[in-house]
Write a protein that binds this ligand. Structure first.
Ligand code: CP
Ligand code: NVA
Length: 306
């Protein structure tokens, strides 16, 4: 089987995604019923973190263990990665000692160079440009609550960051629409987002207009990891881009609210929204576990059912 990586959302086709969502449902049901499912016995996941994480580390490490395998955590601070070992060399070595690798790093180019030199599948656990595992979980969560996402409208309010870019790619693969509203100067960069065109998204200068009629309203921190030096300026620039109760009122009546977390209440989202009835953020976080188990199963074993 040719090695398959998941470096950005459109590395998977719609058929593959449908299959992964179907497997996620089954794997989640087994987990909830305390049924042991160990298809990855003797397989080792190496997780490389160059940025902080709670959910990504936990969901990959717990997920691999729950599938019968083992997970090893490496970070820049206490491995040779932080001391300038070339990424190509690290990829050669790490991929000879493991079966699958997950990386959280800075530029997308780093993970691409790693993957080019890897003997095993590589998963993007967040880069400056993309966060594909997050959107896998988000779309699965949408489907669980509301059914197919095809033809639906997602409102993205705030920074056109890695999570936003991934939503935009997902819209192209799965045929839904994204209404994006960013402050001036923070607009979507089509090339950086890896998009083919404008067909699946529309930009709005007024965030209320982006949210109007949306089936899902979602946002993220105003300052992503790696951009901390811009924090003060961003606090000022994004002040009018908070998802609050008034914004949720103009969305569809049964609109959901999502946030990849960690969140800053009172900045990108009002407490009454993230802690309110339309918010599904805890399901969304939990589904990182189930979707990534299905993803690892697929990348390592191919289609095992259906
Ligand atoms: N949403 C997400 O990726 O969270 P962590 O940064 O905690 O992994
Ligand atoms: N956009 C955020 C997501 C954190 C999970 C960041 O990159 O810091």
């Amino acid at each position: 089987m040719a090695i398959k990586h998941f470096l950005q959302f459109n590395d998977l086709t719609r058929d593959e995604l449908d299959y992964i969502f179907e497997r996620t449902r089954w794997i989640k049901a087994q987990f909830k019923a305390y049924q042991q499912y160990w298809p990855l016995v003797d397989r080792t996941l190496v997780m490389i973190f160059e940025k902080a994480s709670t959910r990504t580390r936990l969901s990959f490490e717990a997920g691999m263990q729950q599938l019968g395998g083992a997970a090893i955590y490496l970070n820049t601070r206490d491995s040779q990665l932080g001391r300038g070992e070339p990424v190509e060399d690290a990829a050669q070595v790490i991929s000879r000692m493991s079966d699958i690798v997950m990386i959280r790093t800075f530029e997308q180019e780093i993970i691409e160079r790693f993957a080019e030199n890897s003997r095993v599948p590589v998963i993007n656990g967040l880069t400056n440009e993309y966060h594909p595992c997050q959107i896998l979980a988000d779309i699965f969560t949408f489907i669980e609550h509301r059914g197919p996402i095809q033809g639906r409208t997602v409102a993205w309010i705030g920074d056109s960051n890695n999570v936003c870019n991934t939503w935009l790619q997902a819209a192209e693969v799965l045929d839904f629409n994204v209404h994006v509203s960013t402050p001036p100067g923070y607009e979507v960069e089509q090339e950086r987002a890896g998009l083919y065109g404008h067909a699946h998204y529309e930009e709005f200068s007024d965030p209320m207009e982006a949210a109007r009629g949306a089936d899902l309203v979602t946002t993220d921190v105003w300052t992503s990891m790696g951009f901390e030096a811009e924090n003060e300026e961003r606090m000022r620039d994004f002040a009018d881009w908070q998802v609050d109760a008034d914004m949720m009122k103009v969305a569809a009546r049964d609109a959901l609210f999502m946030h990849c977390l960690p969140a800053h209440r009172g900045e990108e989202v009002a407490a009454e929204v993230i802690d309110g009835a339309q918010s599904v953020v805890w399901d969304e976080a939990e589904n990182r576990l189930h979707t990534q188990k299905a993803l690892m199963e697929y990348l390592l074993l191919g289609k095992v059912a259906g």
